[in-house]
Design a protein around this ligand. Structure first.
Ligand SMILES: Nc1ncnc2c1ncn2[C@@H]1O[C@H](COP(=O)(O)OP(=O)(O)O)[C@@H](O)[C@H]1O
Ligand SMILES: CC(C)(COP(=O)(O)O)[C@@H](O)C(=O)NCCC(=O)O
Ligand SMILES: [K+]
Length: 273
């Protein structure tokens, strides 16, 4: 791990970046605490090269909308901890000074398989450390993933399926006459047996997704009845709200934590150095 992250610098600000398949999620740690977060589009390579050449706070202020009143000097270099599941994006960051690129080797979870996503490893580790093991994480991002760990802090495994937005996009893009719908525009659940095309798509995708999530949770709880279940990702508010309505006994035990992966990053890098 980069020397910058050694104990002498532990009071300094650190920017944590998670590169997902849809967006870049950033979180600024100051003094080991998550100070502020945001979600933005992937940064263009030109901006990343500029940041690598001048990695100072004032350059970061123009690249992402950090608060302007931070307790950090404008010429202070900002170290970056990066967790990426998009290799083409990871490559753009290789020359950033003070870069800490997280890999599975940084996560103390046992029995991981080599191609497990670093986001999933960090999320389930963060969940277990914060709420206790066993833990099941549901990450409702571009892909929707289930990732479980047992009381021995070993990966039990999980599942991957297209996320809510990707399910709408696949119907909108791969068919001749279905509209492209967006999750953000759905204010209420459709009738299950719908009488127009948009509501029929919403019904099909949302009710099968909610039922599928319930089924995975039921199976997990047969194995680990006392497990905590944490939901995160861009569609987590939407899914939690509707799971709560449809299946109150499951909805009520779901913990919603939008910053779950940052909690994992904090555990594996920030608090230990
Ligand atoms: N402003 C937004 N841009 C993109 N997706 C969004 C936005 N707000 C909510 N979402 C939802 O978030 C999902 C993507 O989740 P996110 O956790 O951001 O993905 P990833 O981590 O894979 O990049 C999409 O399915 C979409 O429905
Ligand atoms: C499953 C994922 C695509 C999820 O990514 P996301 O939806 O958060 O962008 C990512 O964790 C990944 O590429 N995983 C590698 C395969 C695996 O975890 O088994
Ligand atoms: K995800």
């Amino acid at each position: 791990m980069n020397n910058y992250f050694s104990s002498t610098n532990k009071q300094l600000p650190v920017l944590a970046l998670i590169i997902g398949n849809s967006r870049l999620h950033w979180g600024l740690f100051i003094d080991k605490n998550l100070y502020t977060t945001g979600d933005i589009s992937h940064l263009p390579i030109s901006v990343i090269h500029q940041l690598a050449a001048y990695p100072t706070l004032d350059n970061w202020l123009t690249a992402i909308s950090l608060p302007s009143d931070l307790p950090i000097a404008p010429d202070h270099p900002i170290p970056v901890i990066l967790a990426s599941v998009v290799p083409s994006q990871t490559a753009f960051w290789q020359n950033y000074p003070h870069l800490c690129l997280l890999t599975l080797a940084d996560v103390p979870l046992q029995e991981m398989y080599p191609t497990l996503g670093i986001d999933r490893a960090l999320a389930v580790w963060g969940a277990g450390i914060t709420w206790g093991f066993p833990a099941l994480v549901i990450d409702a991002g571009t892909a929707l993933t289930f990732t479980g760990a047992n009381a021995q802090k070993s990966l039990v495994g999980g599942a991957i399926l297209p996320g809510l937005g990707l399910q709408f996009a696949s119907l909108g893009q791969k068919t001749g006459q279905l509209p492209l719908l967006e999750t953000g525009l759905i204010s209420s659940l459709p009738p299950r047996f719908a009488m127009n095309t948009s509501r029929a798509i919403q019904s099909g995708i949302i009710y099968t997704l909610l039922a599928g999530i319930k089924d995975f949770i039921d199976h997990w709880l047969l194995l680990f009845p006392e497990s905590k279940i944490i939901i995160t990702g861009g569609d987590s508010d939407f899914l939690q709200k509707h799971l709560e309505n449809q299946f109150p006994e499951i909805g009520n035990r779901l913990i919603l934590e939008k910053n779950l992966i940052f909690l994992g990053m904090r555990e594996v890098v920030i608090v230990n150095y």
